[in-house]
Ligand binder design. Structure first.
Ligand SMILES: NC(=O)c1ccc[n+]([C@@H]2O[C@H](COP(=O)([O-])OP(=O)(O)OC[C@H]3O[C@@H](n4cnc5c(N)ncnc54)[C@H](OP(=O)(O)O)[C@@H]3O)[C@@H](O)[C@H]2O)c1
Length: 249
């Protein structure tokens, strides 16, 4: 039997690769052999990402469909192909349901849900035209599978991503493009710093994770590299929970 987790010869694009999970995922895919382009909204930080990954800078704001399309088109034309898209860019504005304002709601939904949709659409167009299959991996969240207090917009956005994953998987299967999601529990990044530094929240979170710890960036990288790899060729439409058992209760 020969199981392959290698990505040699593949070109990958990771949105939001300037820090946190996206930076880790970009590095993990590169270590697996892929050529990896990582995006940031900020040109200076995009240049730093490019230097780290040894590729080209890519500036992209996922809430701006024109920016998404031009950035993805540039990568496909620069490298002559695009095999893998990781929709990682995302944000959260923790608010109780009575505090949610329109601006916060729109920014969470536009970044996490609309951004993932239009980036997948643009990348899939290139994959279908080239005719050699491909992979799309969405960074969803356990919050797309269970409700978490003070995260109504975030849960709605990630629940939407879980279902987008299924619809894209069904429509793109005929082109040998698989579409899956990883759904982490809380991982210490800039996104979760305030929550995890709050002793009451931290205690509440740990009490809900049977494995007794929050996630590490590496836990999410491993799941993503697996879904990107030839070993996962028969897996599509799936959301892989990396949650230490949070949703197993
Ligand atoms: N950390 C967790 O506990 C956790 C758990 C489950 C799921 N997730 C998901 O994992 C993903 C990454 O989260 P993280 O924890 O690594 O967060 P992070 O450290 O705050 O990083 C977020 C990344 O997204 C990018 N980004 C934000 N808004 C963007 C936009 N409009 N257009 C393009 N890029 C944008 C940022 O890039 P620039 O600022 O450089 O543009 C940054 O690279 C998110 O989708 C998040 O929902 C995180």
């Amino acid at each position: 039997m020969s199981l392959s987790f290698q990505l040699d010869g593949k070109v990958a694009l990771v949105t939001g690769a300037s820090r946190g999970l996206g930076a880790g995922i970009a590095t993990g895919l590169r270590e697996a052999g892929a050529t990896v382009v990582g995006t940031s909204r900020d040109p200076e930080s995009a240049a730093q990402v490019a230097e780290r990954l040894g590729t080209v800078p890519a500036v992209m704001d996922v809430t701006d469909v024109a920016s998404v399309r031009s950035s993805i088109d540039n990568v496909a034309s620069e490298f002559g192909r695009l095999d893998l898209l990781v929709n990682n860019a995302g944000l959260n504005v923790p608010q109780g349901v009575f505090d949610v304002d329109e601006e916060s709601w729109d920014s969470v939904i536009d970044t996490n849900l609309k951004g993932s949709f239009f980036a997948s659409q643009a990348a899939a167009r290139h994959m279908v035209t080239r005719g050699e299959g491909g992979r799309i991996i969405n960074v969803a969240s356990q919050a797309g599978v269970v409700g978490i207090e003070e995260r109504s917009a975030y849960c709605a956005s990630k629940g939407g991503v879980v279902l987008l994953t299924k619809v894209f998987a069904i429509e793109l299967a005929q082109h040998e493009i698989t579409v899956n999601a990883v759904a982490p529990t809380f991982v210490a990044t800039e996104l979760t710093r305030n929550t995890l530094e709050d002793p009451e929240w931290r205690e509440r979170i740990l009490s809900r994770i049977p494995l007794g710890r929050v996630g590490e960036v590496e836990d999410v990288v491993a799941a993503t590299v697996y879904l990107a790899s030839p070993a996962a060729a028969m897996v599509t439409g799936h959301t892989l929970l990396v949650d230490g058992g949070w949703t197993a209760w």
